[in-house]
Design a protein around this ligand. Structure first.
Ligand SMILES: [Zn+2]
Ligand SMILES: [Zn+2]
Ligand SMILES: [Zn+2]
Ligand SMILES: [Zn+2]
Length: 398
C-alpha cells in the first residue's frame, strides 16, 4: 500500500477522508488513482488538487451520504454513475436502521477497497455483466435474520447468512465486521488470523477459480491441488467437520481449512498470495526493501522476501504481545501451489484485460460459494441504496 501527500504537505493514507493536519477533505481520484486533496468548487463538486491531474470530481454517493467510502467519481458522469469503482459492485448493504450496522459497513468497505487495490496491482480482470465479464462480480453484506417472536406461528423461518461465494456473488456475514464476534470465531475455529480483508481475499479466490480455472485449466489444477470432483465438496465438508483436518496438514497446506477440499486449498492459497503481494508492496513503499512488483518478480524471490519480512515482523509483534503477522510456514508443496496462482494471475492479466491502476477502469465478473459459519445473532434486512436486495443465489460451501 502506498501513502500519498496532501496539498499542505502532510502524508495521507489510503483510508483517509480528511487531512488530519490541515482539515481539508481528501478522497481517491479515479483519474490519477491517488488519494488527493479535494478542492471544493462551492457546488458540492471538487477538483483533484494533484498538479498533474486537476480532474473535476464528485464524491461517491456512499461517501457523500454515508461516509463509508472515500472515493470520488468524475463529476461529469456522477449523475448516471454515482457510485465509485468499488461501491458499484454492492448488491446488498447492511440495514442501516440497525444500530451499529453503519460502522460495520464502513469496515467492510474499507477492507473491500484494499481488495480492489490488490487486484489493480496485479492487473486482474473483474467486472459486471454490463462490462462483459463472466462471472459478474457482486457483493452482499448481510446479517442473519432471526424470526421475531410474534411471527413464530406463521412458521417464518430465519435466514442464516453464510460468508461465501457463488457464481460471482460474494456474501459476507456482517457479523464478521464486529471485532468481538470475529475474534470469538477465530478462536473457536483455531485460526491464526481472521480478518475482513482475509475474507475478501479468500472469496475472490473462488471467484477467480470460476473465471480462470473452471472448464479451462482443470487438469493443470488437479495436478497441483488434487481432484476437486472426488470427493465432492459436500462429502469433503462432512468429513472435515466430523474428523477435523489431517494432523499432517502443515506439510501440504497453508491452513487447516485448506486441507478440506481442493477448492478451499486454492482459495486459501490465493488469499496467502494476495497477503504476500500486499505485504511486499507496503513494505517496499515504506522503505523496508526495494520495490518488489509482482508482475516482474519471480515467485521464489517473492516468497523469500515475504518469509524474511515475516520473521522480523513476527518478532516485532511478539515483542508487543500481538499475534504473528505471517503465521504461515511456506513449505515446498505450498510453493508449488503459490506458483500455480502466480502463473494464473499472469494468464488472467493477459487473457482478460485488466482494471489498471492507470487510466480506464474495467471490471470483471464473479461466481459464488459460501464458507461454513456458525450462526449469527444480528438481525438485519439489507437496505438497498446501491442495489435492490435479492435472495442469495446458489450456494456452494467454500
Ligand atoms: Zn492537509
Ligand atoms: Zn486526480
Ligand atoms: Zn464508493
Ligand atoms: Zn472458501
Amino acid at each position: 500500500m502506498q501513502s500519498y501527500t496532501c496539498e499542505c504537505g502532510n502524508t495521507l493514507f489510503f483510508d483517509n477522508s480528511l487531512c488530519l493536519a490541515c482539515g481539508r477533505e481528501v478522497g481517491h481520484c479515479p483519474r490519477c488513482r491517488r488519494i488527493a486533496t479535494l478542492l471544493p468548487e462551492g457546488d458540492g463538486t471538487f477538483v483533484c488538487a494533484n498538479d498533474d491531474c486537476g480532474t473535476h470530481l464528485a464524491k461517491c454517493a456512499n461517501y457523500a451520504q454515508h461516509d463509508v467510502c472515500n472515493r470520488c467519481v468524475e463529476a461529469a458522469t456522477a449523475a448516471e454513475a454515482p457510485l465509485c469503482d468499488c461501491c458499484r459492485f454492492n448488491l446488498t448493504i447492511p440495514d442501516l436502521t440497525v444500530p451499529g450496522n453503519l460502522q460495520k459497513w464502513y469496515r467492510l468497505e474499507a477492507a473491500k477497497r484494499r481488495l480492489f487495490y490488490d487486484l489493480g496491482e496485479l492487473g486482474l480482470p473483474y467486472g459486471t455483466a454490463a462490462d462483459g465479464i463472466d462471472p459478474p462480480l457482486a457483493f452482499d453484506f448481510k446479517a442473519d435474520v432471526i424470526p421475531k417472536n410474534d411471527f413464530w406461528r406463521s412458521g417464518a423461518a430465519g435466514e442464516k447468512v453464510y460468508t461465501g461465494h457463488a457464481a460471482g456473488r460474494i456474501t459476507i456475514n456482517i457479523r464478521e465486521a464486529d471485532d468481538v464476534e470475529r475474534e470469538k470465531l477465530r478462536v473457536d475455529m483455531g485460526e491464526a488470523h481472521r480478518t475482513l480483508i482475509g475474507h475478501f481475499r479468500h472469496e475472490i479466490g473462488h471467484y477467480y477459480w470460476d473465471m480462470l480455472v473452471k472448464n479451462r485449466r482443470e487438469d493443470d489444477f488437479i495436478a497441483v491441488f488434487g481432484d476437486h470432483n472426488h470427493p465432492t465438496y459436500a462429502e469433503a465438508l462432512d468429513a472435515h467437520y466430523q474428523n477435523g483436518p489431517p494432523p499432517d496438514w502443515p506439510a501440504r497446506h497453508v491452513s487447516a481449512y485448506a486441507a478440506m477440499h481442493p477448492w478451499e486449498d486454492f482459495a486459501e492459497t490465493w488469499a496467502t498470495y494476495l497477503d504476500m503481494v500486499a505485504a511486499l508492496d507496503t513494505a517496499g513503499n515504506m522503505g523496508f526493501h526495494e520495490p518488489i512488483p509482482p508482475r516482474e518478480t519471480d515467485l521464489e524471490q517473492m516468497v523469500t522476501r515475504y518469509q524474511e519480512l515475516g520473521v522480523a515482523l513476527n518478532e516485532i509483534n511478539r515483542s508487543m504481545g500481538l499475534l504473528d503477522i505471517v503465521p504461515e510456514v511456506i513449505v515446498p508443496p505450498v510453493i508449488e501451489k503459490l506458483r500455480f496462482v502466480h502463473e494464473l494471475v499472469e494468464q488472467g492479466r493477459a487473457e482478460n484485460g485488466a482494471l489498471h491502476p492507470e487510466p480506464e477502469p474495467v471490471a470483471a465478473g464473479a461466481a459464488a460459494m459460501p464458507e461454513a459459519m456458525p450462526a449469527q445473532a444480528d438481525q438485519g434486512k439489507p437496505a438497498p441504496p446501491p442495489a435492490p436486495q435479492k435472495p442469495i443465489a446458489g450456494t456452494k460451501k467454500t
